[in-house]
Design a protein around this ligand. Structure first.
Ligand code: URA
Length: 241
């Protein structure tokens, strides 16, 4: 095998996303042949070099898995939290694989979250240039008029640039709030909440029900399942280009 950057090797081996792997390196958790490597450009040959994370040797031949979790509110979508708050790992109960989430759902958001040990796939799905559509059901304050939903489809200005919905429709109207179905392709932080705040209808509840071709279905809260081989194939082709 050829020389590759450590963060790429770690992502391929399913340890973490490239970005997370870089953080691990900076934290001094990665060694190559017994030496702590904190330099992000450092390269190694995974077939010859002994690469360890937290003292554990990498397994380059671990089978690739993708899990679908129905995340309840009140859980962080990170592998660990320095403040000790509940994380999705508490729901997965000692997974056999080193899996980590594809993108994030907010602490107070719920629904479909994918987790994988396939670094390349996680990178592909979360990268802004691959626009995978994500569908959310959102409970908002008040009842947005049609022209406001049209504004979301045309694009609203946020502090980090314009954001657009692929589609957006009112599905239930109540006296003081309503439910809207919205599809977006980006994964910027708090994107959907910020979009609805921009049109004057702050989000009260947010649930992701679809990620590309994958649907949450009737999986109970806090439960997870493996994607089927067919779903995995579809997902790999779901980059929206
Ligand atoms: N948009 C949000 O505001 N929060 C999420 O968790 C996902 C999308």
């Amino acid at each position: 095998m050829a020389l590759e950057r450590i963060q790429k090797i770690l992502a391929k081996a399913g340890v973490a996303s490239r970005r997370e792997a870089e953080r691990m390196m900076i934290e001094g958790r990665v060694t190559v042949n017994g030496r702590v490597i904190e330099v992000l450009g450092f390269k190694a040959d995974p077939s010859k070099d002994h690469i360890k994370v937290d003292g554990k040797r990498l397994n380059l031949f671990e089978p690739k898995v993708i899990l679908l979790l129905n995340k309840p509110r009140g859980y962080l979508s990170t592998v660990r939290d320095p403040k000790g708050r509940p994380t999705i790992m508490d729901l997965l109960k000692n997974p056999k694989w080193r899996i980590y989430p594809v993108g994030r759902l907010d602490f107070d958001a719920e629904g479909l979250l994918l987790l994988t040990n396939d670094g390349d796939l996680a990178h592909l799905l979360s990268h802004p240039k691959f626009s995978v559509p994500k569908t959310y059901l959102v409970k908002v304050t008040g009842v947005p008029e049609e022209k406001k939903l049209t504004r979301l489809k045309k694009g609203v200005a946020l502090e980090d640039g314009e954001a657009k919905a692929v589609s957006c429709s009112l599905i239930q109207e109540r006296e003081k709030n309503s439910w809207v179905r919205i599809v977006v392709t980006e994964g910027r932080n708090h994107l959907v909440k910020r979009m609805f705040s921009a049109i004057g209808h702050p989000v009260l509840k947010l649930k992701r029900i679809e990620y590309g071709p994958i649907q949450l279905g009737d999986l109970p809260f806090g439960q997870f399942r493996f994607l089927t081989p067919e779903e995995m194939e579809k997902l790999k082709k779901a980059d929206g280009r």
